[in-house]
Design a protein around this ligand. Sequence first.
Ligand SMILES: Nc1ncnc2c1ncn2[C@@H]1O[C@H](COP(=O)(O)OP(=O)(O)OP(=O)(O)O)[C@@H](O)[C@H]1O
Length: 320
Amino acid sequence: MTEYAVRVRGLRKRYGEVTAVNGVDLDIRRGEVFGLLGPNGAGKSTTVEILRGHRARDAGEVSVLGADPARAGRGWQARIGIVWQDESAAEESTVQETVRHFARYYPRPRDPDEVIALVGLEEKARSRTKALSGGQRRRLDVALGVIGRPELLLLDEPTTGFDPVARRQFWQLIRALADEGTTIVLTTHYLEEAEALADRLAVIAAGRLLATGEPATLAGRGEAEAIVRWTDPDGREYEAVTAEPTALVGELAARYGGEVPGLRVTRPTLEDVYLGLIGHGRDGGSGHGGGSGHAGSDHGRDGGSGQGDDSHHTREGSKR
Ligand SMILES: Nc1ncnc2c1ncn2[C@@H]1O[C@H](COP(=O)(O)OP(=O)(O)OP(=O)(O)O)[C@@H](O)[C@H]1O
């Protein structure tokens, strides 16, 4: 058994004139929760479909659970669970019948009633699937994805349409599956979901990999300086970028004789880093790389306004 559940090298896929995947490399370790982020049309679904063997590639090497998806057989397929975008059709059969039916396809399925409870559909177990709400149907999709006790679970935007409580229940389920050793690859547009679940992330745009890493350190986020904002009693807003926010807050507290008016101290969020990577950072720039930490921001470039000292880059009247 190799250390990796998924290895991809130089993956390319075109649809006519459109290059959907343009030379992507991925290494996803066994037992890892791996998030794929990227704007609409980035190539995420295409990549996941190729990993599953549902789509042929034009070039590159792909190994999933030790096999090439283009040539792997039924035994290999049974080791993989999937939750696709808009998958389930409205049916006359009930939730329970549907889950039991799918369980029969697998050699070592989970208990269908347990799975129904895991996805929070107990009260709907006897409802026809056509009577489910959009979010409930999505939960059924998740149930069908995990019923076969997969070694690798591929989830394409699994929580679209979930209410906030359902989303958190789903996160618990994913963490429980990860604790059991399931490798999980998920695409999502919810950055808080990526942050909550993923051990590592890849950001792709226009079919190319822009960055990979842990959510806390992606694209220099770990070393990024803090932004300290405050409002002068005369109403002017200030912000300073500093590696030593505590020291600056101490200086400000001394200057204002106690409470610093309108004080806020922030570090770049995953969203800041993501937007910087895909070229929609705070400066609206085209920053691909985000090596500065505040990916796409212009902090620290236009020096002081007289407030603060050389260790903090301060400017006045900034706005988000
Ligand atoms: N079956 C298809 N035929 C032609 N073009 C396609 C097909 N599927 C995807 N594409 C194109 O390939 C590109 C990548 O699409 P893909 O669905 O992989 O993106 P995505 O990152 O999953 O997007 P989203 O976040 O919107 O789901 C897009 O430009 C899309 O229009």
